[in-house]
Structures are given as structure tokens and as C-alpha cells.
Ligand binder design. Structure first.
Ligand code: BES
Ligand code: MN
Ligand code: ZN
Length: 487
């Protein structure tokens, strides 16, 4: 979506979008009358989210005017602007030719970033992997250009902020595309090729380890999960190190679960649970999306991104229940459930990251447990960890971005529950109690003393009931949250 600042108040686009506060009047002079009439008649009260389409029969005016209520100007909040920005785009998306004029009342001056985010997130085209008529229909509906028509404003600053929001949202949309992509197109092979593009874009150093190398390194957990798959596992490692970083400053390690299809393995998922398991690489997609932004957003931190990539399938070679694997860290694990595969691949990725980069912080992001989805639904990701400061900072970043997270506990008895009898650990203790916490408790065995946070995004990465700026299926959750934390 292109953003431009227009010189004149009224333009030639077929639709003119006019945000209206309930307590303050602001519009181009030409539209003042229309707006006053509507308010006087009581037809349009400018309640938050209220819309009205006006088709004035007047050559001097736009063909269509969309009024959109922003409610009380004193109650305006970032989240509301993001939602209403999205609503504006979704309302005009399907009947216009891709160009929109948008009036910006001075009351929105402070919210350029959220406006940009909301608009671009709403403008997402979900049909990237479709061919034929449906693809054309979706592509046609996209808004190509928004002409901003600000009332009174520091134009440069506003433009900067709107573009910042749009850029963030573009990376989220990229992440959504990866998650929505089916397994035959998005898998360890194609994703590691994708990583080349991402690394190039942000100037990161890229290492891709193949199956042979993983075996040689002793990544028994990742290799074990990969056994049932014809496609070989990969470990993608990206290192972003902008100039001017002092040697003493430790890196931030981001680890994203990249299970490109989770059948459950021999603990096979039933029909209702296996649908959409192409989404099980949403953590990796969030890391990719974040890396796309590091340079563009001028992040001044040393950031490492690691994504273990593999399917979790069945087959004569696949891992079986009670198999015993030795992880990269040296700890042994009895596979008590082949469907608890996410923690296994994360364990090896985290241990590798610690050994090679000795990071100051670790954040892993993973569609890890159905239990987290049951507990928190599709509006909060689970947040667990071993460090209060890191948790508080991520909570704050969640509030600022509306990618909400909720802190869940790890009791020391939950850590005990993950201990094995003949091995150091088991990957599932099978009680069905506190599943999200126990998943995290397993991962904690591999982080040592490093400050660490775990984001369980099983409920929020792929949704049936989207937020105003989201769409059904992939949300791209995590990109904006991690960027807010890093910046
Ligand atoms: N990928 C799933 C978790 C999941 C469930 C993600 C629903 C998105 C939506 C994960 O690998 C899994 O299967 N977890 C098991 C863990 C259990 C066997 C300990 C689960 O949640 O049932
Ligand atoms: Mn699973
Ligand atoms: Zn999984």
C-alpha cells in the first residue's frame, strides 16, 4: 500500500473516507454541510465504529463519502485507531478501484503508526497461494494507494509514523503468508531458501545446517522428530549484528518453532485436531518476519534468530513411543508422546544458540500446546519464563501492540513431572494437567540460567474469530510484539 500526502483537501479518488469524532467537527470545507446535516438529522452519531456511505449527487464532490465514527476524541487510544484504521480499509476494499482519499482530523495526529498498521494489516490479501478466479478477486480488492489529507499537522512526522506502521504491517503480512501456505509449498526446504532472502534483506549472516550436519552435531531431538519425513530437517541460524555494538553487549536469541506440518506422529492427531496443522511453523514465521524488520527499523541490538524446521509425520522410519534420544545439550529424553514434538526441536535449537552465541536473553515463540489455547483462547498468548524483568517487558510490549500475552506459572513440581526414570527427561507426562506450564518446564531444562521467556502462541497464531485488523487463519502474531520489545 502506497501512502501519499495530498495537497488539496478534496481529491479525485472515487471514495473519500472521513473519520468523525462525536464531540468535535473536522472536515474539508466542501464537506462541512453534508456532515452537519447528517449529524443534525441524527442519522449518524459518530459512535466508535459506526459507518455511513453517502453518494452526493454533485460533480464538485467525491463520488462516494464514507463517514466513519471515531467516538469521543478524548477517549481515543492507540488500539482503537488500529481497529478503526482496519475498519476503514475493510469497508472500502471491495468496491473501489484501489485509491482512497483519507481525511485526517488533527485529533489523530498522535496515532500515525497505529493508523498505518491497521490499514495495511486490513489490506492483507489472503489468496497468495490460490490460483484462478479467487486470486483475481482478492488482488482486485486490495487498496493500492491512500492519499492522506491532513487537517493541520506536522506533515513530515505524520508521514514518518504512518509509514512506520505500514512497514511493520507488511512484515506481519509476510509472516501470515508463510503460515497460511500449505505444507507442499512451505516446508523445511522452501523455508530455508526463504531465509536467504530474509537474511539478505537485513544484512544478517546466515547458516543453514542440513540433516547430515544435524546428525553429526548430535541433535538427536530434532533429527528424531524428522525421522518420519521424506523431507530433511534444517536448522536455520541468522545473525544480525549492526555496526557500533560493543563487544561486551550480549545478544538476544529468538527461537521459533518451525514444524511445517504436525500430524502428531504415531500419537496421530484425530481429524478435528489435524486440520490447519500447516500452521505449526508460526513461531518460525514470526522470527522471519521480525528479521525482515531489524535493519529497516534500525534495531541497535545483536540479534540471533534460530528456527528448527521439519515436518512431524508417520512412516516406517518415524520415531516411536518410548524411543530414547540424546539432545545436543547431552541430556537424554524418552519420547513418551510423539505429538509433543515442538519442545524437542526447540530444545536442540536453544542449546545450539547458547553454545555458539552465549546470549544475554532467550525468547522462544511456538505453537506449543493445545492446553494454552484452551486456557487463554485466541486473544492472549501464554508467557512463561524464568526472569521477571523480561516477562514484565514483554507484557508491556503486548499491551502497546495489542498482541496480548498472559503470564502463566512454572511450579517446581511441574519441572519434576518432566523428569524421566531411565532418562533425564520425558517429553510428556500424560496427566493432561497444566499442559502449557509443563511444556515450558521441559524447555526450561535447556536454557540454564540465561534469562528466558517462552511465548506459547497455539491459540493466537491461527484464528477463526479474527480481530478487526486480522483475517481468518494466520494472524502473524509475534512480529509486532518482538519488534516492540527489541526497539
Ligand atoms: N502443535 C501442537 C499444539 C497446537 C495445538 C498448536 C492446537 C495449535 C493448535 C503441539 O505439537 C502438540 O501437539 N501438543 C500436544 C502436547 C501434548 C502431547 C503434551 C497437545 O497440545 O496436545
Ligand atoms: Mn504436536
Ligand atoms: Zn506441534
Amino acid at each position: 500500500m502506497k501512502i501519499e500526502i495530498a495537497k488539496k483537501a478534496i481529491g479525485t479518488a472515487a471514495v473519500f473516507v472521513l473519520p468523525v469524532f462525536s464531540d468535535k467537527q473536522s472536515s474539508p470545507a466542501e464537506l462541512k454541510k453534508i456532515l452537519e446535516n447528517r449529524k443534525k438529522n441524527g442519522d449518524f452519531k459518530a459512535k466508535s465504529g459506526e459507518t455511513m456511505l453517502i453518494v452526493p449527487d454533485d460533480e464538485k464532490l467525491p463520488e462516494k463519502i464514507l463517514l466513519i465514527g471515531f467516538g469521543d476524541s478524548k477517549k481515543i487510544k492507540p488500539e482503537k485507531v488500529r481497529n478503526l484504521g482496519a475498519k476503514m480499509i475493510k469497508s472500502v476494499k471491495h468496491y473501489e478501484k484501489g485509491i482512497v482519499d483519507l481525511w485526517l482530523p488533527a485529533g489523530l495526529n498522535m496515532f500515525g503508526k497505529e493508523l498505518g498498521e491497521g490499514m495495511e494489516l486490513a489490506n492483507y490479501n489472503p489468496a497468495k497461494y490460490v490460483t484462478g478466479k479467487s486470486k483475481e478477486k482478492h488482488a482486485k480488492a486490495e487498496i493500492k494507494t491512500v492519499n492522506l489529507r491532513p487537517e493541520k499537522i506536522d506533515k513530515k512526522k505524520l508521514m514518518e509514523n504512518v509509514l512506520k506502521g505500514v512497514t511493520l504491517a507488511e512484515a506481519v503480512n509476510y509472516s501470515r503468508d508463510l503460515v497460511n501456505g500449505p505444507n507442499n509449498l512451505i516446508n523445511a526446504e522452501t523455508l530455508s531458501r526463504e531465509a536467504q532472502k530474509v537474511a539478505k534483506e537485513c544484512g544478517a549472516k546466515l547458516t543453514v545446517l542440513n540433516k547430515k550436519q544435524l546428525e553429526k552435531l548430535g541433535m538427536g531431538a530434532l533429527v528424531g522428530v524428522n525421522l518420519g519425513s521424506e523431507r530433511e530437517a534444517r536448522l536455520v541460524v541468522m545473525e544480525y549484528k549492526p555496526s557500533g555494538i560493543s563487544k561486551k553487549e550480549k545478544s538476544v536469541l529468538l527461537v521459533g518453532k518451525g514444524i511445517t506440518f504436525d500430524s502428531g506422529g504415531y500419537n496421530l492427531k484425530p481429524t478435528q485436531a489435524i486440520v490447519n496443522m500447516k500452521e505449526d511453523m508460526a513461531g518460525a514465521a514470526a522470527v522471519f518476519g521480525t528479521f525482515k524488520l531489524l535493519k529497516k527499523m534500525g534495531v541497535k541490538k545483536h540479534v540471533i534468530g534460530i528456527t528448527p524446521l521439519t515436518d512431524n509425520l508417520i512412516g516406517s522410519k518415524a520415531q516411536k513411543v518410548n524411543d530414547i534420544v540424546t539432545t545436543f545439550s547431552g541430556k537424554t529424553v524418552e519420547i513418551t508422546n510423539t505429538d509433543a514434538e515442538g519442545r524437542l526441536v526447540l530444545a536442540d535449537a536453544i542449546a545450539y544458540g547458547i553454545k555458539h552465541y552465549n546470549p544475554g536473553q532467550i525468547i522462544d515463540i511456538a505453537t506449543l500446546t493445545g492446553a494454552c489455547m484452551v486456557a487463554l483462547g485466541d486473544r492472549y498468548a501464554g508467557l512463561l519464563g524464568n526472569n521477571k524483568k523480561l516477562i514484565d517487558e514483554l507484557m508491556k510490549a503486548g499491551e502497546n501492540t495489542d498482541e496480548l500475552v498472559w503470564h502463566l506459572p512454572i511450579h517446581r513440581d511441574y519441572r519434576k513431572a518432566m523428569k524421566g526414570t531411565i532418562t533425564d527427561l520425558i517429553n510428556s507426562e500424560g496427566s493432561g494437567l497444566a499442559g502449557a506450564s509443563k511444556g515450558a518446564a521441559f524447555i526450561q531444562e535447556f536454557v540454564g540460567k540465561t534469562p528466558w521467556a517462552h511465548l506459547d502462541i497455539a491459540g493466537v497464531a491461527f484464528v477463526k474469530h479474527p480481530k478487526p485488523y486480522d483475517h481468518k487463519d494466520a494472524t502473524g502474531f509475534g512480529v509486532r510484539l518482538l519488534m516492540e520489545y527489541l526497539n
